[in-house]
Design a protein around this ligand. Structure first.
Ligand code: PEP
Length: 234
């Protein structure tokens, strides 16, 4: 069971250090793998404050080239140098607002894995795609851009459930996870408005291997409560 907290564009280095100190003391269950994904500028602080713990530090994105004329981008070797363990790729906010496509997500994913990073690759349909009956087709297309690897985890994040307070039903999550697992034999996390109150229900099925948590990961108590609830299922 893996619980990853995506901080999006929240928490600079000072706040990250304070959060890390509290998280170290939060009595996290050992049966759950715990990961935090701070913004780029806070990764060094997170890696430092969480050094020597089992809590992994992931970036939220990474470029496919090791270096080059790509203003505003960060490469996998740069992340490795900071002590970062892995990265998210293909988050729907990157796809929606920053032009990421299945092709660029696949390139980011391959480069990160080749550099030794672990990857959480996000897939998921929009509300429009779901109501048009296209969910399975979209998932198949997005997953086809990825290659199976021991260091790859997929996060199924229905776009309509991210930051909206709406969650997939456990049945919707089960169906999507099974579709993904038929295509690639990798762990699949659920993401979309997960909190301490709904995590047990959303993670109950065997096909759900953990959660990618946004808003509810920004508060130590709430994030720790999600990890504890998940540990009851693992
Ligand atoms: C996310 O950012 O990946 C996410 C699932 O956000 P939230 O939990 O806030 O819906």
């Amino acid at each position: 069971m893996l619980i990853a907290g995506n901080w999006k564009m929240f928490k600079g280095p000072a706040e990250t250090r304070a959060f890390g100190i509290d998280l170290r003391e939060a009595d996290l269950p050992t049966s759950v793998e715990v990961v935090v994904c701070p913004p780029f500028v806070s990764l060094g602080a997170a890696a430092e404050v969480l050094a020597g713990t089992e809590i992994g530090v992931f970036a939220q994105n990474c470029h496919w080239d090791p270096e080059g004329a790509f203003t505003g981008e960060i490469s996998a070797p740069m992340l490795r140098e900071l002590g970062v363990y892995g990265t998210i790729v293909g988050h729907s906010e990157r796809r929606q607002h920053f032009g990421d496509t299945d092709e660029t997500v696949g390139r980011r994913c391959r480069a990160a894995i080749e550099s030794g990073l672990h990857v959480i690759a996000c897939v998921g349909e929009t509300e429009h795609e779901r109501s048009a009956g296209e969910t399975e087709m979209v998932l198949r297309r997005q997953v086809a851009a990825l290659d199976a690897d021991d260091n790859l985890v997929i996060a199924y994040e229905p776009v309509w459930a991210i930051g909206t307070g709406k969650t997939a039903t456990p049945e919707i999550a089960r169906q999507a996870h099974e579709t993904i697992k038929e295509l690639l034999d990798v762990p699949v996390l659920y993401g979309g408005s997960v909190n301490a109150g709904n995590v047990a229900e959303l993670l109950a099925h065997d096909a759900v291997d953990g959660a990618l948590v946004g808003g509810a990961s920004l508060d130590v108590e709430s994030f720790a409560a999600i990890c504890r609830a998940a540990s009851q299922l693992s």
